[in-house]
Structure formats: C-alpha cells, structure tokens
Design a protein around this ligand. Sequence first.
Ligand code: EPU
Length: 420
Amino acid sequence: MDRLIIQGGRRLKGEVAISGSKNALLPILAATLLTDEPCCIKGAPRLRDTYTMIKILRSLGKAADFKNGEIWVKSTSRAQTTADYKFVSTMRASFCVLGPLLAKFRKAKVSLPGGCVIGLRPVDLHLKGMRALGADIDIQRGYVVVKATRLSGTHIYLGGAFGSSVLATANVMMAATRASGITKIESAACEPEVVDLAKFLISMGAKIKGYGTPLIEIQGVKRLHGISYKIIPDRIEAGTFMIAALITKGEIKLTNVVWQHLGAVIDKLQQIGADIKKQDGAIKLKLTKQLKPANITTLSYPGFPTDMQAQMMSLMSLVKGVSIITEKVYPDRFMHIAELNRMGAHIQRQGPHAIIEGVKQLCGARVMASDLRASACLVLAGLAARGVTSVSRIYHLERGYDNLDEKLRKLGVNLWREKE
Ligand code: EPU
C-alpha cells in the first residue's frame, strides 16, 4: 500500500485537462450487457473502479479491453448471470449490472453490496423498481436473485427517504429498455451521469424521454445494438481541482469541463468570493479577494453535490468566520472531520451538520483516508498546510481520480509516494 506525501504551501498554477466521468462510465459499462454487439466507450478514466467494472464484465462472459482511453466490450459464448460478492462488496456501482442482466436474460443473481463508510446505502429502491417491472425477487445468502418471465412497463415512484437515487434510476431505466410497453420513472435522479447513460442507451436504440427531469419515460424495445460513445467529463474531479486552486490561493484553467454540470459548485464558490470565468469551453478560476464563510447543503442534482462536500470542508476550514455544511444525501458522510481536526481545523459535527470555525493555518500531519472523497479532502488540506502531510490508504483516491499525482505535479505541487 502506498501513501501520498505532500509538501504544503505551493500555489497551484497552470492548466489541467479533466478526465472522463467515473460515475457516468460505470453504469454505461454495465449497459453494454444489454447487447450482444460490440461497444466502444471513449474518454474512459484510468481508475481502479474502471478496472473493477471490466473484471465484472469479464466474469459475466464479456471480453473487455482498455487501451488508450477506449474500452472495447464484446460478447463471447460464455455469458453468465451471477455477479460475485468479491466485486460488488468492493464497488457498489457493480450492483448496476442487475437491471441489464434482468432485461437481457430475464434472470440475475447479484451480491448485495452491504454498507460502507459513508453510510448504510440500501438498495431497496433498485429492488422496488425491478419488482414493479414484474420481477420476482428473493434474497438468498447475501445475493439478490431476480427472475421474470416477462417485464412489463409500469409507473414507478423511485423517491426515497433521502431523495432520488442515481444508481437506482440507472438500474431501473436499463431494465425498462427491454420491457414491453411504457415505463414511467417518477422522482428519477436528474444527475448529468443519468443523462449520459440515457443518451448512451438511446444511441443503442432505446426509446427514452424526459431524462434530466424527475419523470423519465421509457418505451421498451426488442433489441439494442452496439455503439461507440464518448462519456462526459468528471464534474467532481473538476470541482476538486477548483478547490485545489482556491485553497492554495492559486490560479487554474480547466479544460474538458461542462460549466452547467458544475452550476451549484460554481455558484457557491462565486458567492464566497472566487473569480470564475467561462472561456472557450474552459473554466478559469483565481482568487482575488479574501473568501467569506458559507452555509452549504448537499442535495441531489442540481443542488450542491455530496461528492464535493468533503473537499469544500477543507476549504472552509481555512476561511475566517463560521461556515455550516449540512449533509442531506448521506447524513453520516463525515469521517474526514476527525482527520482535518488532526491537521488543526476546528470542526464540530452535530448530526447532519458540520460547524466549521475557520483557522489561519493547517499543519501537515499523518492522516488516513477513509473513502474516495475524504481522501481528496485530505490531499487538499495537505496542499495548503504548513509542512508535510502524509495521506495513507490512498488506494481510495485511485478509485476516482485519474492520474492525480501527475496532474498536481504539473500545477506545481511537490508530492511523492512512499510504501506504507
Ligand atoms: N438510497 C436509498 N435506497 C436505495 C438507494 C439509495 O435509500 O435503494 C439512498 C442512499 O442511501 C442515499 C441516497 O438515497 O442516502 C442517494 O444515494 P444514491 O442511490 O443516489 O447513491 P448511489 O447511486 O449509490 C451515486 C454515486 C455516488 C454519489 C451518489 C449521490 C456512482 C457510482 N456513485 O451513488 O458517488 O455520492 O450517487 O450523488 O454513481 C463517489 O463518487 O464518491 C460516490 C460515492
């Protein structure tokens, strides 16, 4: 296992090209199970999660290969319908193979993912959707076993206690592409990654309307075909680099970004004083004045993304005054508070709220990453801290940030890896 050592205190300056979106790619890879024809996904990020999904597709009998940012998925004669615990337990997004397998083979056996450090993360909405389409569901020794002689279009309300669900929407939308008749998903997730999946499915021949709104309508079709498709840029990687520039009082230009996907993040950063401009499809950001404290509430899209909450907390921990962050998507996603406090931050958790009293300086320390975005938050804190920060368990970072070390190095950061 590696740890990342960061020498803090350098201003970030320069240009960075954002990689393809992890959370768009993973369900899109699962969607390739809907066809026997070859599919090519372009602009794929090199991430641990990408390779995990490729392994799952191989375990399900697909031939999958990743070269030069392109993933080719082809069929073999060894199709399988069981997704093993060893994959689903390491990456929840693998649960997304359930919908495509059910649609294509009318049966699937997929391991239940279990909880994770950011909270309970149940799958009841995924199962509600499959059941509504006509599947019989049984839980056997930690696996969801689904079967259907026929899938029929229906009206499904998919809102849960914490709002809409990104992967449940994706899973049910994929299953419905090959159901007979029309399926309406109400309280569907509107995230850009769901839109990208819908566009991918439409290119394959699916008939989908209303994607990007809370009411998605899918007219089932008999067959889907293979395609070549380029995925959207990663809005969370882009947001993380914006904060990296702000926290070091730097200046950055991001290319391969979609401004609209970052609406809530840009708006909040502008409110607190960042200078952000759109320029020829790129985003330029710099700091010209002292930042102000803020109240931030995470919500599903187009609200402020939970996947940017931890990174924002690093920034606010250095902004004079009191900021409050309320986590409404995963009320327990606060493992990073204790680690930030070890670096000198003053943050208190009260239920789903974090109360952040800005400090003048963070100090480098040995800290431990607990999940992907918490790792990013600690790296950001390390960029601004006085002295050296050592972030252990950085395999979490490799799940979601493509070539992060090299990208930061190019922007002027002094960082390196050591064996734990
Ligand atoms: N929920 C339920 N029941 C369900 C599904 C979800 O109650 O059946 C709850 C969750 O516990 C949570 C809320 O609904 O409180 C929203 O969760 P959602 O289902 O939207 O999350 P997800 O689809 O499992 C995706 C991303 C996450 C991101 C969330 C929210 C992927 C692969 N993962 O997860 O990304 O935080 O949406 O935007 O797309 C990350 O990239 O670091 C990450 C965790």
